[in-house]
Design a protein around this ligand. Structure first.
Ligand code: FDA
Length: 369
């Protein structure tokens, strides 16, 4: 018998939740990660007493009580609500687009006035069925908001002209005719008190882990250790890129510690002008109502991905979707290997979704024993 029942490649939420469920049911797991820390992209690094979200800001939100109860077993959450501001040439606006924003733009006060204003702004455009992102956004919020808050921001985010971007990217653009700055509609929201690493530690309690090890550097050895493998890395890498590379959009983060207590007074400000090279500034202490004398801010720069950069957002165009399907067919033939998580499924998952997916996967296996 092998030493472990499951080898889990990747210590992100998918791998850690899967390992937790299996371990709880008596299966021995080993979690490995090529990075020098556990937690995958939810990892935060404590500096000056502040939890710095290393791979971009993470706000937990879900409507599913069972997922909320699941994470609350390991850590309590605070009452943080994500309500970013937009900065366009020094003017500040509330996000997501709501009555506060409409009031700031047009001095309208009622939903009726706001709707009439938007209608008036697009009446000459004759958009019946939006055929790209620009038309989609225009028909939702009108010309003024589109030009100041959406166009430049989206173009730098994706490195492409808004007219060349598909309309579905913005289908779920939150627009509200209420005075409500809460970005997410979900019932349960917050940031773990003490940081996301507490969630990771709770999930991995009593589970063996190894850091700084790349599965592919020693595949035979790791396969020998366990009966089954759960793989949460990039699916194309698993098959040695033999059908080609799946593309991503990447990000670069520039952080600085400032000798001041409070830099911008809020966790996130989006910079929506195209020629400001970053898309937002995050001030990490505000996620946890930090009170210390210093602060840490991070500028987020979108960038082209290449194989030496972190893959962040999958590109859901036809070319990449059809390449993914080919890899998926290969993955389905690997009987001893379970593929899961954002990289192995080439899919954007929010945290609550990836947790749900790992719970489903592990429960299906447990129920079939
Ligand atoms: P994740 O990437 O976390 O884990 C995979 C792990 O596998 C990595 O640690 C990697 O090092 C490891 N690995 C890969 N190949 C390996 C190999 N060959 N050998 C060993 N290890 C290997 N969600 C949300 O709900 N609210 C939010 O606010 C945000 N914010 C956000 C911002 C940004 C910029 C991004 C890109 C994403 C978010 N998310 C989010 C989404 C969230 O990050 C996501 O749901 C989880 O991190 C996904 O967890 P996974 O386990 O799938 O991948």
């Amino acid at each position: 018998k092998k030493k472990y029942d499951y080898l889990i490649v990747g210590s992100g939420l998918f791998g850690n939740v899967f390992a937790h469920q299996m371990n709880k049911n008596g299966f021995k797991c080993l979690v490995i990660d090529k990075r020098n820390h556990l937690g995958g992209n939810i990892y935060s690094e404590k500096t000056e007493g502040i939890n710095v979200h290393k791979y971009g800001p993470h706000i937990f939100h879900t409507n599913d009580k069972s997922i909320w109860d699941f994470v609350n077993q390991f850590v309590e959450f605070n009452h943080f609500r994500y309500s970013p501001l937009a900065n366009y040439k020094g003017e500040l606006y509330n996000l997501p687009f709501n009555m506060h924003t409409f009031h700031q733009f047009w001095n309208v006060k009622t939903p009726q006035e706001a709707k009439a204003k938007i209608k008036d702004q697009i009446k000459d455009l004759n958009i019946i069925k939006p055929k790209n992102l620009e038309e989609q956004a225009l028909s939702l919020v009108g010309k003024d908001i589109y030009e100041k808050l959406i166009k430049g921001y989206t173009e730098k985010q994706w490195g492409r002209d808004a007219k060349g971007l598909p309309s579905f990217i913005i289908k779920r653009l939150p627009v509200r005719y209420t005075y409500d700055n809460n970005y997410f509609n979900d019932k349960y929201q917050g940031i773990p008190i003490g940081g996301y690493n507490k969630l990771t530690e709770g999930l991995l309690e009593n589970i063996d882990t190894q850091l700084n090890v790349d599965y592919f550097q020693n595949k035979e050895h790791f396969n020998e250790l366990a009966s089954k493998v759960v793989y949460t890395g990039k699916i194309d890498e698993f098959f040695n890129y033999k059908l080609g590379y799946l593309n991503y959009r990447s990000l670069r983060f520039e952080s600085e510690t400032l000798e001041q207590e409070n830099y911008q007074g809020i966790a996130a400000i989006n910079y929506t002008e195209r020629n400001v090279p970053y898309t937002r500034i995050i001030e990490h202490k505000h996620f946890e109502y930090g009170q210390g004398p210093k602060t840490i801010i991070t500028k987020e720069f979108p960038q082209e991905w290449d194989k030496n950069k972190e893959p962040y957002y999958p590109i859901n165009d036809d070319k990449n979707i059809s390449l993914y399907k080919k890899y998926k067919d290969l993955a389905d033939q690997e009987e001893q290997i379970i593929f899961g998580g954002r990289l192995a499924e080439y899919k954007y998952y929010d945290m609550h979704q990836v947790i749900a997916s790992a719970l489903k996967k592990s429960n299906d296996i447990l129920n079939n024993q």
